[in-house]
Design a binder for this molecule. Structure first.
Ligand code: NCN
Ligand code: DMD
Length: 425
């Protein structure tokens, strides 16, 4: 059942549920011919009298999404216990690799084995434009989004160079850039364009609820495609002029915080520009706040397609059991939106660095996730997430290759209380 709903969501097909006394093959085939995907038979419990009668329910993409999200399962406690045990045998002071140790244990829980393998890893970069740029809330024009996205497909952006170093494959996704894009051969563009940018949320909602759901579904779908290709770790990134404005607005609404506290200079902004940015966000929060009943509504009113797509990637990580690395402020906002939609998805996320945007730390605290780098970065594109991967690799080298206490014939080290550090920084 989950599989069919997920497939329907990924293929953008209409979905039906047939409530029948028994599976009615002719009816299923009839509706499949009409472009529906058969999801499930509900046994009405009346026994089979050979009746041809059945009832058809058409499901919306949102209902399929809800069905998929309700099936996210918890981490494997057995695998996590075994991973903890493995760490405890490594000949070093207990817990001394801090958050890196905790993250390895978490990845074991996600992948349901203590034999942690993140050898094949991908970076998904959601790229899109934001209508709010019209209001003068950015330092550069929106045409930069298209140029940088195309350059990413040639392997020519900051994160592409960093990803080469870290052995990460890069997947730029056009989910809503404001013009048609060419693709280079190095990192072919994944085409999921849902609009040529969003609407200006100062004037009207950024997108419809249906478009927000479609963008979330696209993110889930990309995560699924990477899982099928054998990727074991997904880093998140984005590119979109104006997306710190959408992220600040979404974060302020989701956390019920003062927009001034959640807003920074993004990719560079004058004092005057910053004041304008805060006032535009404040007005939108006041206007749309009462209408928004959940995170999808918030994204639809003041968010962006990149943010929605990344929300889908975080949810997809939980659906397909792949660890997903949070990058900076935009990515962190998407992670928060995903956690609001499906609290269980939070367990599949790993924090990496703390964005220098003012609310970078606050977002991670809200998610209850601990970063292991604070380098004052705010570049986006996934740079912070990718920069953290070599640290995870190093932790795994120790986890898998280091001698045990038994190997070096030392009686196991017994720490004094407190037994476990609560994290660094
Ligand atoms: O990831 C972050 O924390 C981050 C913080 C500030 C800026 N950015 C990047 O800068 C762009 C958005 O900045 P802005 O000022 O146009 O909203 C976008 O392409 C992001 O990738 C990213
Ligand atoms: C050049 C440039 C590159 C970026 N990468 C992410 N955000 C960006 C914003 C600008 C302006």
């Amino acid at each position: 059942m989950e599989f069919a709903e997920l497939q329907a969501l990924r293929e953008g097909k209409k979905t039906i549920r047939l409530d029948v006394y028994e599976k009615n093959e002719p009816a299923v085939r009839l509706y499949e011919r009409q472009g529906y995907r058969y999801v499930a038979t509900v046994d009405l419990g009346l026994g089979s009298w050979g009746l041809p009668w059945f009832k058809l329910y058409e499901r919306t993409a949102e209902e399929c999404l809800n069905g998929v999200l309700s099936r996210i399962s918890p981490l494997s406690s057995d695998a996590m216990e075994l991973a903890s045990l493995t760490w405890s045998h490594v000949a070093k002071p207990l817990y001394s690799l801090g958050i890196l140790e905790e993250d390895v244990i978490k990845i074991a829980g996600i992948s349901e084995t203590q034999h942690v393998d993140i050898g094949k890893r991908a970076l998904i970069i959601m790229c899109s434009d934001n209508g709010i740029v019209e209001e003068g809330v950015t330092q550069t024009g929106q045409e930069v989004t298209a140029v940088v996205t195309e350059n990413m497909t040639d392997g020519n952006s900051s994160v592409c160079l960093m990803a080469d170093r870290a052995g990460v494959d890069v997947f730029p996704v056009d989910i809503g850039v404001s013009r048609d894009l060419r693709s280079g051969a190095r990192n072919p563009l994944i085409r999921k364009k849902l609009a040529y940018g969003t609407k200006n949320f100062h004037k009207e909602p950024a997108m419809t609820r249906e478009t927000a759901v479609a963008a979330i579904a696209a993110g889930i779908s990309v995560a699924g495609e990477l899982k099928e290709k054998g990727y074991r770790l997904i880093a998140t990134g984005e590119m979109g002029i104006g997306n710190t404005t959408t992220s600040s607005a979404v974060a302020a609404m989701l956390l019920d915080r003062d927009p001034a506290e959640m807003t920074g200079r993004g990719a560079g902004l004058s004092d005057e520009g910053l004041m304008k940015k805060v006032s535009v966000i404040r007005e939108a929060v006041k206007r749309y706040g009462p209408e928004c009943r959940d995170a999808i509504d918030v994204i639809a009113h003041v968010g962006g397609l990149d943010l929605a797509g990344l929300t889908g990637v975080f949810l997809g990580g939980a659906v397909y059991r792949i660890p997903v690395l949070i990058d900076g402020f935009i990515s962190g906002t998407a992670a928060l939106a995903a956690a609001k939609l499906a609290p269980a998805a939070r367990d599949y996320m790993l924090a990496t660095h703390v964005s220098a945007e003012p609310a970078g730390r606050l977002l991670l605290d809200e998610l209850g996730l601990k970063p292991f780098v604070a380098a004052g970065m705010c570049l986006g594109e996934g740079t912070g997430a990718v920069a953290s991967i070599p640290l995870l690799d190093m932790a795994l080298e120790v986890y898998t290759k280091m001698s045990t206490f038994q190997d070096i014939q030392i009686e196991e080290y017994k720490p004094l209380a407190p037994q476990k550090n609560s994290g660094t920084q």
